[in-house]
Design a protein around this ligand. Structure first.
Ligand code: MTE
Ligand code: MO
Length: 377
């Protein structure tokens, strides 16, 4: 069993699949803290967790066409200046369970918690690339590819790539992280080195990093080419052509209600329901959340939520989520209500109203208004 050496996990992580291990944080715990604790952070593994000895670990950096390869040990990496960022990582399939109700999609049945916010420390990818002889103004370079050391039964490793500009831009804040919330990165999250590409879909944040390639081309990995792409609602498994859609990089604006949960009974006081730690909102590309709107009457009236926890960083380097809560007036005598939420980011992008028109066969980019039915008392 290639999964027999997977690490132990916290009991509250309820697996959506065990081999490979995939689990999200219980939503009510997710919004209790701005920084998600390591042991509660969602896990999304496609393959068995590799066992890596930090003493013998080496990262390979290849510049395509130069037959020059640089090998860096953990000590070599730690000699570069340390850079720390706080960033939200989210799976492209977060909230898939809502889209699949519109029409079935293929993929893990994620609720709203395949997302977390952590403080990551490591070295800037930019510094490592420049030290490896890369000229940042060389127009030849279009992509930076990453390969994990986790592999499938045929020996294929996990891989992904990001655009060169994101990798080399000082404001891109891409790091090769060796710490998560002040500790060495836990095995499930990429020990000893993991790429953090803030503002970009989880799939490009390659764990257990083994190799970096500066290239004219995207990664040819399955997960870059034939997965993690968006399609028209009318595209089905007979007509889909993965080569026609670009790989997902920056994620669109999203929000979710984490407490109350569906069908929970909520107290009415002075004609209002008060929901603390209600949810999170986040946008990719380093944009910040400027507003969250909630309604309990199907959008006839909207109430502006309180943004309780928000990082001070300005766009386009705002990488963390925003936690919000709301005090919502409610007409007396109404027992069954549905809370809807939508967020607005600093580009004034907002969420689509329903899943109907953003449905896609892989169930990614699930950012329609979040709707939670509750009962009032
Ligand atoms: N990196 C490797 N090497 N192998 C993987 O399976 N999964 C990716 C990404 N990096 C993956 C990987 C996906 S799809 C996501 S959403 C994130 O890691 C999940 O990161 P986490 O498990 O730390 O939450
Ligand atoms: Mo993912």
């Amino acid at each position: 069993d290639p999964y027999s050496s997977d690490p132990p996990r916290h009991a509250v992580l309820k697996p959506a699949s065990v081999k490979p291990f995939n689990a999200e944080t219980p939503p009510f715990l997710l919004v209790e803290q701005f920084i998600t604790p390591n042991e509660l952070f969602y896990v999304r593994n496609h393959l068995p967790v590799p066992q890596i000895d930090p003493e013998t670990y080496e990262l390979e950096v290849e510049v395509e066409g130069s037959n020059k390869t640089v090998l860096l040990t953990l000590d070599d990496l730690k000699k570069f200046p340390k850079h720390t960022i706080t960033a939200t990582i989210m799976c492209a399939g977060n909230r898939r369970s809502e889209m699949t109700k519109e029409k079935p999609v293929k993929g893990l049945n994620w609720g709203p918690a395949a997302v977390g916010n952590a403080t990551w420390a490591g070295v800037r990818l930019r510094d490592v690339l420049k030290k490896s002889g890369i000229n940042e103004d060389d127009k030849k370079w279009k992509h930076v590819q990453f390969e994990g050391v986790d592999f499938d039964p045929t020996g294929k490793t996990y891989g992904a790539s990001i655009p060169f500009w994101k990798a080399i831009d000082k404001r891109g804040d891409v790091i090769l992280a060796y710490e998560m919330n002040g500790s060495p990165i836990p095995r499930d999250h990429g020990f000893p080195i993991r790429v953090i590409v803030p503002g970009v879909v989880g799939a490009r944040n390659v764990k257990w990093l083994g190799k970096i390639t500066v290239s004219e081309n995207e990664s040819d990995s399955h997960w870059q080419q034939n997965d993690y792409k968006g399609f028209s609602p009318s595209t089905n498994w007979d007509t889909v052509d993965f080569s026609k859609s670009p790989a997902i990089q920056e994620l669109p604006v999203i929000s979710a209600i984490c407490t109350p949960s569906a069908n929970e009974v909520v107290k009415v006081q002075d004609g209002h329901i008060l929901v603390k730690d209600l949810g999170y909102a986040w946008s990719g590309g380093g944009q910040k959340i400027v507003r969250v709107d909630v309604t309990v009457d199907g959008g006839n009236t909207w109430h502006i939520a309180d943004l309780d926890c928000q990082d001070a960083a300005e766009p386009p380097q705002h990488w963390s989520w925003t936690l919000w809560s709301a005090r919502i007036p409610i007409r007396s005598g109404i027992r069954n209500v549905e809370i809807w939420a939508k967020a607005v980011d600093s580009c004034y992008n907002t969420q689509p109203e329903t899943f109907r028109n953003i449905w896609n066969l892989r169930g990614v980019l699930n950012n329609a208004y979040h709707r939670v039915p509750i009962k009032t008392q």
